[in-house]
Design a protein around this ligand. Sequence first.
Ligand code: AMP
Length: 396
Amino acid sequence: MNVLVINCGSSSLKYQLINSDTEEVLAKGLCERIGIDGRLVYQKAGCDKEITEASMPTHKEAIQMVLDALTNDKTGAIASLKEVNAIGHRVVHGGEKFASSVVITDEVIQAVEECNDLAPLHNPANLIGIRVCGELMPGVPQVAVFDTAFHQTMPAKAYLYGLPLEYYKNYKVRRYGFHGTSHSFVSKRAVEFLGLNPEDSKVIVCHLGNGSSISAVVNGKCVDTTMGLTPLEGVVMGTRSGNIDPAIMEFIAKKENLDISQIMNVLNKKSGLFGLSGGLSSDFRDLNEAAEGGNQDAANAIDVLAYGIAKFVGGYVAAMNGVDAIVFTAGIGENAIPVREKVVSYLGYLGVTLDKDANGHRGEEIVISTPDSKVKVAVIPTNEELAICRETVALV
Ligand code: AMP
């Protein structure tokens, strides 16, 4: 069957049409600048990208343009919308209500809406995508796949914060974790690829991209993860600070005369690798080039990242009382050779040894530890769209 995977943001929308039998991507692309002016990027498998500037006042026009492109006589991937058998939506926050993917019903929409204040930028946009697809393709089953669901198996000791308990009871303030689709996909694949026993396996997944999170997975179930109530917590990211002393917020607010939303803006958009490099770039490639050219701030930013990852990995080895495999994924995890090398350099005490030649590869599924390494280390490319497609097929 053909599954349309939709990832709806506030002003953008990514999509892929996947044949679930062959797992082949028939067409993919994105709509950008929705509500501003509008641009559709469309690429049928084996063809060049087509870019069309067109007015997209709302997500409805954007999704209509995607459907027109998919069924277009010349470069369409399918003859008609009847060939779309199901739609899988990425939904960012499922709160405590959703521990797995679900077929979308009116009740599900209402429950997702109730999680809106936990992800005020993302969930409303995800819901728009769901509603518009429902209008434009009535009768086609839709599935919601949550970023938070995989982490719902965490025990209370991992998800509770040291805050007054009523904040958890009244407002559900707790660790949720994100990138769950990727952590689930990659940890499962790690067990297969590395020949681990699914019933007796301890895996650490380092999803390192523009946003980064690490998870500890025991026998396929998440027991801890670095992102929290929001994606701001954890390791240093492209522009997000990750963990800081919370008292810094008041200190800087006074020094710079900022209010809480301005402080949040700094922590989300001006910190992380971008902030550490003095505003040079949030992109690892730029920082690596600058560091190689002698820029000490860029070099420090990369060191802060690798050191922070190694500390979380060490913490999760303690949390799981051991580890069988450590896996790198996402843009930095799959491609940034020096980051992997630096992280592994802290793990000698675990008996981890890096195969430098293997670590020289980029973007491919590969074991990067030596055969005698006590813990396996691997790169496994993530594929969130394929994971959403598989979840959708399993449910419809
Ligand atoms: P993602 O959010 O997963 O797309 O990852 C984005 C991050 O991956 C950015 O910091 C990129 O610089 C980094 N990245 C992507 N491709 C490469 C590459 N070939 N080498 C090093 N870093 C890369």
